[in-house]
Design a protein around this ligand. Structure first.
Ligand code: CP
Ligand code: NVA
Length: 306
């Protein structure tokens, strides 16, 4: 049966750990996976800009022996109203997998329902699972099994990255404190899923409004843009107390690590000073998208066991 990756919960917690642990070897020895995509062709369909996700997938597919084609959705007939299910059924006859960056999560779920090939979410309005899978690897690489003891704080907008981080923490038994302004909390469904997973995993997931409370004694502080793609007219003044700056970080542990999925809007969610001080970790986080997605691709496209 084909495997999709639309939300983190399309993998089990055990499968996520398997991918995370394998990625360490993939990073150290890039040839370790061989060429599991040899003879396979992947379509990348994007409606929104992308640097990291697009390029890391294109490079990763090539390194795994596969071929790809990048298409903007506006160049396809879906942009003129073709049914998503017809697009899904057509692509399934030509290609071996599809990687989609699209605004509507519902549209992507519909595509995956009618596609007989693996569908990977490269970001929607609600979810960014490839990012968080990779971020979990970055934390594992830095902290090993100590990852479960960390206090992780996310401050800023309760957006797609925040929703997915909540679910990741819930699934894997992590300790996550999320601070957002009122009215900008993460999506209720993703929060409920995180709490449901937390009952099994023992995770601690807390939503607060006070950024200092979230950051207090934190080992890791994560932020993302206040205005996501597709939200161009958003009012940002309410987010100012959530800026990751030296004052906010003075409440965290002295050896705090700062994470940002990028792209960053310096002067808004993070100061230039903090960004540069933590640039090495932030760009390691960006680099790890390549290694983790290669492991993910080899997992989703592995031949069925006899
Ligand atoms: N973090 C991330 O997904 O970056 P891009 O928008 O550049 O792909
Ligand atoms: N929340 C951001 C993430 C970009 C990778 C956005 O959706 O624009």
């Amino acid at each position: 049966m084909k495997r999709d990756f639309i939300d983190l919960w399309d993998l089990s917690p055990g499968e996520i750990w398997e991918i995370v642990k394998k990625t360490r070897r993939v990073k150290e020895e890039p040839q370790t996976l061989g060429k599991p995509l040899a003879g396979k062709f992947i379509a990348l369909i994007f409606t929104k800009p992308s640097t990291r996700t697009r390029v890391s997938f294109e490079v990763g597919i090539s390194q795994l022996g596969g071929a790809w084609s990048f298409m903007q959705e506006k160049e396809l007939q879906v942009a003129r109203g073709e049914d998503v299910k017809d697009t899904a059924r057509t692509l399934s006859r030509y290609v071996d997998g599809v990687i989609v960056r699209n605004h509507s999560h519902t549209w992507l779920r519909e595509l995956s329902r009618y596609a007989s090939i693996p569908v990977i979410n490269a970001l929607t309005n609600l979810s960014h699972p490839c990012q968080i899978l990779s971020d979990i690897y970055t934390l594992y690489e830095a902290f090993g099994e100590g990852i479960k003891e960390l206090k992780i704080a996310y401050v800023g907008d309760g957006n797609n990255v925040c929703n997915t981080l909540l679910v990741g923490a819930g699934m894997l038994g992590l300790r996550l404190f999320v601070a957002t302004p009122e009215g900008h909390e993460p999506n209720a469904h993703y929060y409920a899923k995180a709490l449901e997973f937390a009952k099994e995993s023992g995770a601690q997931v807390e939503l607060v409004h006070d950024p200092h409370e979230a950051v207090k004694e934190a080992d890791v502080v994560y932020t993302d843009v206040w205005v996501s793609m597709g939200e161009d007219s958003k009012e940002i003044d309410v987010f100012r107390p959530y800026q990751v700056n030296e004052e906010l970080l003075s409440h965290a542990k002295s050896n705090v690590r700062v994470m940002h999925c990028l792209p960053a809007k310096k002067g808004q969610e993070i100061t230039e000073e903090v960004f540069e001080k933590h640039a090495d970790f932030i760009f390691t986080q960006a680099e790890n998208r390549l290694h983790t997605q290669k492991t993910l691709l080899s997992f989703l496209f592995r031949e069925p066991q006899a």
